[in-house]
Design a protein around this ligand. Sequence first.
Ligand SMILES: C[S@@+](CC[C@H](N)C(=O)[O-])C[C@H]1O[C@@H](n2cnc3c(N)ncnc32)[C@H](O)[C@@H]1O
Length: 249
Amino acid sequence: MTEQKTTFADQKRKTVETAEFTEDGRYKRKVRSFVLRTGRLSEFQRNMMNENWATLGLEHQATPFDFVQIYGNHNPVILEIGFGMGKSLVEMALQNPDKNYLGIEVHTPGVGACIAYAVEKQVKNLRVICHDATEILRDCIADGSLGGLQLFFPDPWHKAKHHKRRIVQPHFVAQVTQKLMPQGFIHMATDWENYAEQMLNVLKSAVDLRNVSETGDYIPRPDFRPLTKFEQRGHRLGHGVWDLYFIKK
Ligand SMILES: C[S@@+](CC[C@H](N)C(=O)[O-])C[C@H]1O[C@@H](n2cnc3c(N)ncnc32)[C@H](O)[C@@H]1O
């Protein structure tokens, strides 16, 4: 049997977060919104990641990204956190050539699949990152620089004792709002009613945000949001879907 060489894509599976230490040098354990799954990275996904990272991938860095330099234009940048396998993100990028898309996902098979689909569709207005989104937001995104934030079917963390792991928390929304330009949007969707209620409460409490919902809560499912893999799964399980859409004042 030939020995498999460890490639860039394999390495990425272990480096989706920055190690941080306490003053006395102990590793800081953080509450994460994800568990790194060991799902198989197929040969195809691995190759697509290795071959196209130079053009489609971005790394975590200590200073804000220069979007004009990255995309070669001044179009608004839409950030999507947790794009899964990336199909709906690529479709949105194709449908909106006047916008730039930045996708973040920690699950490498998803990153590989997204890159493969983006290459197949020859998408030019998309870049992907394989790193914890909360660190990317904190370190790499300048204040007032995003046209919008998309968060579709984030991990619901069903059990009450795990609710602290849900990515939608007041400090997360405050940080995202700070990164948005005026009139920038936050669009969330979930198939878990209890999480939808938490999203609504957190978003409604943010003074700089305005809910576009005519009923003061959710919006009807918009046609411009492609069906995602998790949404499809939710349909099969008989779940409802809640979309939330807020604008920065
Ligand atoms: C339930 S899945 C939904 C995927 C996709 N949006 C869909 O609807 O099919 C949530 C995804 O978010 C990713 N995720 C969770 N926390 C993240 C974080 N802090 N940074 C980047 N990705 C994250 C997970 O790896 C997972 O793939």
